[in-house]
Design a protein around this ligand. Sequence first.
Ligand code: SF4
Length: 195
Amino acid sequence: MNKEFELLRKEIAVCQKCPLAEGRTNVVFGEGPFSSKIVCIGEGPGRDEDIKARPFVGRSGQLLDKILVEFGFSREENVFIGNIVKCRPPDNRAPKPLERAACIPFLLKQIELIQPKIIILLGATALNGLVDPKLKITKVRGNWIEWNGCLAMPTFHPAAILRNPNLKKESREDFGKVVEKYRELVNPNHKAEYC
Ligand code: SF4
């Protein structure tokens, strides 16, 4: 395990940099192999994630795991999963600008250390927090964005797909593009059920 990454984990575990520290049960650092060439980014921990100290373990997380597996990926093998903020916003509201600003440097440090080739931005908060606050997920999803030396693919958050199953088709198209790029940049023999 990378020493700097583990030091960062310890620093984040006791972070009090924003008001979200008050209501959390656990800090959710993120999970997945340090060697991952894909980093998936969501919004922030919900109730289940806060209790279990793990990202994407509720209904949205189960859907994300299912989508990843369909495309030959998993958090056990080749994807690191994180969030824009690492502590649960109350009532599952979106993180406020000040909270995002306080927490995003941790995510940037994680990405700098992991050095992924591909970043999957799950939903508007990830897109706006990491890339550009003015971009609309519905407009740019499915299109590669060059970002800090890697490629970012904006797509729908699994929670949005649960609310509107019609988004499944576009989500699959976006993950199909991720598979193509992964074969080009990382592993030409990558196997996936859907493409
Ligand atoms: S959300 Fe981020 S910045 Fe705020 S207390 Fe938690 S770890 Fe610290």
